[in-house]
Design a protein. Structure first.
Length: 246
C-alpha cells in the first residue's frame, strides 16, 4: 500500500468524537484509522491526528504518452490513399443528366446573345426537367445506399414491419392502420373514474355505441363537391391563417 495523506470534509459522524449518531463514512474511516494510525484516539478536525509517514518511496516510471510526429509523415502516401478512397465514394451523374446540363448551358448562351423568348421558354423547360431528374437520381441513390446497410431490402410497400398485438399478426397496411387506431383509441379514451354525473356517463356510452355499431365504410366514402363547398362556407374567413397560409 502506498503512503498517502487523506484530507478534506469526509462527512463522517461517529460517537467517538461527540456525534449523536453514526453513518457509513465513519465506519469506513474507523477501519482506515485502525490500520494506519499510531494513536487510536479519534478527535474532531480541530485537533490534529498523530500519524507516522515513511519517506522511503520510489517514483513509478511512467511511459510518456504516444504522440504523432507530423514532420516525419509521408504526406505523398497520405494524399494518394485519400484520393483513392474519394473515388470509391464519389457518385457520377448518369449521361442523360450530363447531357441536360450541356444543352441547358448552350440554350442559355444563345438566349443571352439573341434575347429570343422561345429560347427562354426552352431554358425554363430544361431547368424544370433537370431539377426533376436530379431529384429522382439522388433519391434512388440514397435508397440504394440504405438497402446496402441492412440484410432486408427496404421497399416502399413495406416500410413498417409486421405488427404483433395480443398474439395476432397484422401484415397489410390496412390491418396495421386499424391496429394503430384501436391502440390510440384505447389510450386517449375518457377515463370513466373522472366522470361524476350519471348523465355524462350515459352520453359517453351512447357515443361509444354509435361509433362501434355504425357502418364504418361511410367514413371512407369520397368527399363530393357539395360537401366541400358547404365546408368552405362554414369557415371563419376573418380568422388568422396558419403556417400553410390557408
Amino acid at each position: 500500500c502506498r503512503n498517502y495523506i487523506l484530507g478534506g470534509d469526509l462527512n463522517a459522524r461517529t460517537k467517538q468524537i461527540g456525534c449523536v449518531g453514526e453513518n457509513e463514512n465513519s465506519i469506513m474511516l474507523e477501519r482506515i484509522i485502525n490500520d494506519v494510525l499510531n494513536s487510536q484516539d479519534m478527535t474532531s478536525d480541530h485537533f490534529p491526528i498523530e500519524a507516522s509517514i515513511s519517506m522511503g518511496y520510489q517514483l513509478e516510471n511512467k511511459s510518456a504518452a504516444k504522440r504523432f510526429n507530423y514532420k516525419k509523415e509521408n504526406w505523398q502516401l497520405f494524399s494518394e490513399i485519400l484520393n483513392s478512397q474519394i473515388k470509391i465514394y464519389k457518385t457520377s451523374l448518369p449521361p442523360n443528366i450530363v447531357n441536360l446540363f450541356k444543352e441547358r448551358r448552350k440554350v442559355r448562351r444563345n438566349f443571352q446573345k439573341t434575347r429570343c423568348q422561345k429560347l427562354k421558354q426552352k431554358f425554363n423547360l430544361l431547368t424544370s426537367e433537370l431539377k426533376a431528374s436530379l431529384k429522382k437520381f439522388w433519391n434512388q441513390n440514397w435508397f440504394d445506399f440504405i438497402e446496402k446497410m441492412g440484410k432486408n431490402p427496404l421497399t416502399r410497400s413495406n416500410l413498417i414491419p409486421n405488427l404483433i398485438l395480443n398474439e395476432n399478426e397484422f401484415k397489410t397496411n390496412e390491418e396495421k392502420g386499424k391496429c394503430f387506431g384501436e391502440l390510440l383509441s384505447s389510450i386517449f379514451s375518457p377515463n370513466s373514474d373522472l366522470i361524476d354525473s350519471e348523465k355524462d356517463i350515459e352520453i359517453l356510452n351512447s357515443n361509444s355505441d354509435f361509433f362501434r355499431n355504425y357502418n364504418k365504410s361511410n367514413f371512407n366514402d369520397p368527399i363530393c363537391l357539395n360537401e366541400l363547398i358547404m365546408a368552405l362556407k362554414r369557415l371563419k374567413n376573418e380568422a388568422a391563417s396558419g403556417p400553410d397560409q390557408i
